[in-house]
Design a protein around this ligand. Structure first.
Ligand code: SF4
Length: 383
């Protein structure tokens, strides 16, 4: 068994449902205490998976982890410390929504050991926040960053959404300027997409609203790329931007295929050879843990799956693929085939080949999904 370096803890509760959300989460809070006790049971079942190796990053994601009260977070962290060994200077992140990040709550998070906070802001305009179904105001968004900063968080990240029809390019530019003047070290920016099980999807199909305009999203991505060029931030993944040295260690480990343990309903785990999932909803999760099962479904990655993940995850990062590493892992024939695919199928301005690395340019990153799927191997093709 390979050691795990990351611990992900999923909190599937939200105060309300955002229109674009396709994740599993529930607004019913009656099972929060029970859920905390089941997370602890799951940790007890899975302690040995870390093999005694220190955990380098912990990430509380959701859902909305900030719906948990401080004592509930404390219970989880205390047990995790008994179960796993934590590296001394590990990164410990919590996601939170602005309306919950009061001055007191932020101070408590700091006392609990969190040293990174990721705030779901999405927009600095009330009108857009309302369209997105967010429960906070623009003022609360700014206040949440201030509270986190005053509580001593140096490593603050915010999330933004672009490609919203209701926001023109000028407004988007202004929102980026607002973000760049905040005491943050990192931000994530996502294009609005229509997930099949989201409220937005239903509203579009009931003709209550229209689909997000893809051209608008592409223009706003270009505005984002150009603005970042003149800012202290740099793009290091399709949707992630950081000041130098402040890249998310937890997410970077995912992209480098470092093993991690995922706890909680619908959480995924990876051990280098397998990907496994917990049951996708609360009742399924409670049953799974009551039956003492450490996963709900498990998949053994074939050589081709590993190859495709290597290509997909590598190309989504600004550092791209290390071709020497690829040769070592998958052989030179596959590496040559990948280079040939780029030479023949991908426009020159979308990628760069330098210092034995194959990288997508910022424009290429916008087309990352299409480019990488063209580079995938299928089980029927053996290169
Ligand atoms: S987007 Fe985040 S906060 Fe909104 S419903 Fe989904 S998980 Fe909850």
């Amino acid at each position: 068994m390979k050691e795990k370096n990351g611990l992900y803890i999923h909190i599937p509760f939200c105060k309300s449902k955002c229109v674009y959300c396709g994740f599993y989460s529930t607004v019913n809070q009656k099972d929060v205490d029970k859920y905390v006790s089941f997370l602890i049971k799951e940790m007890a079942l899975r302690c040995r998976e870390a093999n005694g190796e220190p955990i380098k990053t912990v990430y509380f994601g959701g859902g909305t982890p900030s719906v948990l009260q401080t004592p509930q977070l404390q219970q989880i962290i205390n047990f995790a410390k008994k179960c796993f060994s934590f590296e001394e200077d590990m990164e410990m992140t919590i996601e939170g929504n602005p309306e919950q990040l009061t001055a007191d709550y932020c101070r408590n998070l700091k006392t609990l050991g969190f040293n990174r906070i990721s705030i779901g802001i999405q927009s600095f305009h009330d009108e857009i926040l309302q369209f997105l179904g967010r429960k906070h105001s623009a003022k609360e968004a700014l206040k949440a960053v201030e509270n986190a900063h005053n509580a001593g968080f140096e490593n603050i990240s915010i999330d933004l959404i672009y490609g919203v029809n209701e926001r023109n390019n000028e407004r988007w530019q202004k929102e980026l300027d607002t973000a760049f003047h905040l005491p943050i070290k990192h931000f994530s920016a996502y294009a609005l997409t229509v997930e099949e099980n989201s409220l937005l999807y239903r509203r579009i199909h009931q003709h209550k609203t229209v689909e997000p305009d893809e051209d608008l999203a592409s223009i706003q991505y270009n505005i984002l790329s150009e603005s970042v060029e003149n800012s202290p931030f740099a793009q290091y993944e399709v949707s992630n931007f950081a000041m130098k040295g402040w890249e998310s260690k937890h997410n970077s480990a995912y992209w480098h295929r470092v093993p991690y343990i995922g706890l909680g309903a619908s959480a995924h785990s990876y051990d280098g050879q397998h990907r496994q999932w917990n049951a996708p909803n609360l009742s399924g999760y409670f049953t799974q843990i009551e039956e003492g099962k450490t996963y709900y479904e498990r998949e053994t990655l074939t050589d081709i799956d590993q190859h495709n993940e290597f290509v997909l995850l590598g190309l989504r990062t600004r550092n791209g693929i290390n071709l020497r590493e690829m040769e070592k892992l998958f052989g030179h024939e596959r590496t040559d085939a990948l280079l040939k695919y780029f030479e023949s199928e991908v426009e020159n301005n979308l990628y760069q080949l330098k210092d034995n690395r194959l990288r997508l340019t910022p424009q290429g990153l916008w087309h990352a999904d299409g480019i990488t799927s063209g580079a995938f191997l299928t089980n029927s093709v053996d290169v």
